[in-house]
Structure formats: structure tokens, C-alpha cells
Design a protein around this ligand. Structure first.
Ligand SMILES: Cc1cc2nc3c(=O)[nH]c(=O)nc-3n(C[C@H](O)[C@H](O)[C@H](O)COP(=O)(O)O)c2cc1C
Length: 199
């Protein structure tokens, strides 16, 4: 069966799914703009309800003044490793969309789901380029909305760090042992033919 990155799939699988993971050790370096654009381009091609494309990405490059603002939104634990990332970003989804031929926006049922799909595409593309995207909900969501000028009809979904995986010796001691690709629950725990089993 497919094996990669100390992970083993239960069924045949494209290896890049196993190769993507969420390290915390990053090489301290800027990311070339063309790589960053390719990573965001992957998000662009995600599917979404009515092709409404409700994802919005706000970001700061490590050599830009805004980097400190993004870093300051994270909880202390996440700051301890994400400070070395090449890019910090926040993913926001727009809760309404304008159906074609209509003049008034309507509520979207799936804005978060659609934004999640875009994040998944982005993370896989980053991995294919030799980078890693590490998601975070450990940040001040209310303050992010204010400090990043997020409009009222948007939901702050997650933050993430982007960078090239580095040596775990650069991490705080407490994080070194956790710097390993994780495994997954078996399909039997989350795939059900015909509906949930009767209780
Ligand atoms: C929405 C989201 C929020 C996350 N929040 C955090 C976080 O705040 N801090 C952290 O260290 N990791 C965070 N993670 C990383 C997850 O723990 C990680 O993706 C999960 O354990 C699976 O590991 P893998 O990505 O290496 O396959 C987050 C991931 C996602 C997708």
C-alpha cells in the first residue's frame, strides 16, 4: 500500500496526500513571490457552491511590517514556532453571495466549507512545492476581525503559517518530540454506506 513520510495508507493513494503534513519547524527565509502566488493560485481553483468563491486570504510576508501584527494575533504557543514562518495568513469566508441574474446578495450555506476546500488545495500545492502550510485556530479571532478590517459579512476561519520545513532542533524543547507526521482514524470510523448505523 502507498507509504510516504512515515505514513501508510490503507488503500492505494496518490503519495502527495501523505507527503503533506504540518511541521512547526521552518527555515527562516523569505518566500519568493512566484511561489506564494502559485500557492494561492491552487486555492483559486477549488470548487465552491454556485462558484461563489467565498474565500479571502489576508497575509503578511516575514520581511514586511505587517508580519508582527499577524504574529501578535496568535496564542503564545503558536507564536513560539510560527515566528519562523515565511508567511503568516488568515483565511476568511464571505457569508453571502450574489447569484447570477440577481441584484440582492443571499446567504451562503457553504461559505466555510468552500473556504476549507480552498485551504486544502493551497496546503497540497504548498507541499508539492517543498513548503508546508500549518493551520491554526489558536489565535484571537475577534481581534483578527478588527485588526485586519474584516467586513461584517465575513467569518474569520483560520490562520496558517507557510514556510519551508526546517530542522526540529530549532524548535523549543517541548515541541521537538511532537514534530512527526500524524496518522489517521480508519475509514470504518467515518464512512457509512446508507447512512449512520442505527443506534
Ligand atoms: C483549522 C486547523 C486549525 C489548527 N490549529 C492548530 C493550532 O492552533 N496549533 C497547531 O500547532 N496546529 C494546529 N493545526 C494543525 C493540526 O493539529 C494538524 O493539521 C493535525 O494534527 C493533522 O496533522 P497533519 O496536518 O500533519 O497531517 C490546525 C489545523 C487545522 C486544519
Amino acid at each position: 500500500m502507498t507509504e510516504a513520510n512515515s505514513r501508510k495508507a490503507d488503500y492505494p493513494l496518490e503519495a502527495f496526500f501523505l507527503e503533506r503534513w504540518s511541521p512547526r519547524a521552518f527555515i527562516v527565509e523569505p518566500m519568493p513571490d512566484e511561489d506564494l502566488r502559485t500557492i494561492f493560485e491552487a486555492a483559486r481553483w477549488a470548487p465552491s457552491s454556485f462558484n461563489s468563491q467565498p474565500w479571502r486570504f489576508l497575509y503578511a510576508k516575514r520581511d514586511a511590517p505587517d508580519f508582527a501584527k499577524f504574529l501578535g494575533l496568535l496564542i503564545e504557543f503558536n507564536q513560539s514556532w510560527a515566528k519562523n514562518a515565511s508567511v503568516l495568513a488568515v483565511l476568511v469566508s464571505k457569508k453571502t453571495f450574489l447569484p447570477s441574474g440577481k441584484t440582492e446578495p443571499v446567504a451562503s450555506h457553504s461559505h466555510s466549507l468552500d473556504a476549507g476546500a480552498a485551504w486544502g488545495y493551497l496546503a497540497l500545492q504548498a507541499s508539492r512545492l517543498g513548503y508546508a502550510a500549518h493551520g491554526m485556530t489558536g489565535f484571537d479571532i475577534e481581534r483578527a476581525a478588527v485588526d485586519l478590517n474584516v467586513p461584517d459579512d465575513c467569518r474569520v476561519e483560520m490562520a496558517f503559517a507557510l514556510g519551508r520545513p526546517g530542522d526540529k532542533s530549532t524548535l523549543p524543547e517541548s515541541l521537538r518530540a511532537r514534530e512527526l507526521p500524524s496518522s489517521r482514524n480508519p475509514q470504518s470510523t467515518f464512512v457509512f454506506e446508507g447512512g449512520f448505523p442505527t443506534r
